[in-house]
Design a protein around this ligand. Sequence first.
Ligand code: GLN
Length: 271
Amino acid sequence: MTFDEAVGRLAAAGIDNPRAEARLLLAHALGIGRDATLTAPPPTPRQAAAFDALIARRAAREPLAYITGHKEFWSLDFAVGPGVLVPRPDTETLIEEAIRLHPDRALPLAIADLGTGSGAILIAALKEFPNATGIGFESSPHAHAWARRNAEALVPGRAEIRLADWSAADGQFDLVFSNPPYIPSAEIATLEAEVRVYEPRAALDGGTDGRDAYRALGRLLPGLLKKSGHAVLELGAGQAGTVELLFPHLRPIRVAPDLAGIARALVLQKP
Ligand code: GLN
């Protein structure tokens, strides 16, 4: 199909930025940068067939990041694909909060990330704190494999990625992150197809009221934090007030907004 036909196909499928995405997928099919597509010679039949296949996948609402195999988070290039939650820009709020808590980047912090997924939060934090070490706990074997790969590529030798449920988490940390599943089960059906059909439900579904994972964290975190250590947790829209109540043994320090102004990160401290 021609480039304009591809744009039309993505638009018809309800994709918001069909021209930009078609250009990215063309670049991917040609194995060149996005800007180079503007001056590239016409695709060979093989490249054209590859482009058509990529457009068909995206028109079926497969996440763009799964198709290209990459997603940028905190200006780092993460490898992603089926079986792992695609890192979201909102989640960068958690890294900003960690930096606010510890302006001294040289600190040798012990960091944990519960449900690390692609490893995005843990790895971005280790980049910001070059003397820190970290453990990412992940119970999904698929996600665990992506996190390992990203850790090896981006922070070699500095992160341990452990295939384990949170309940098996142990250690004593200065900083514990989590972006837990927080969407109420009944709302999963209302999410866009990319998320609902393709992304791992275990990374999204927070039980009936969306707060099951926070209840588990409320029990676990006091044991995982050093004295005066901090937890930085992602929140779903509108959850700040009710989630705070689930941490009676920790002191709420701050609720931080994301770029859209939604209360996105809850910072807690162990007294
Ligand atoms: N922010 C994700 C979404 O909107 C949800 C991730 C989560 O449940 N932690 O799809």
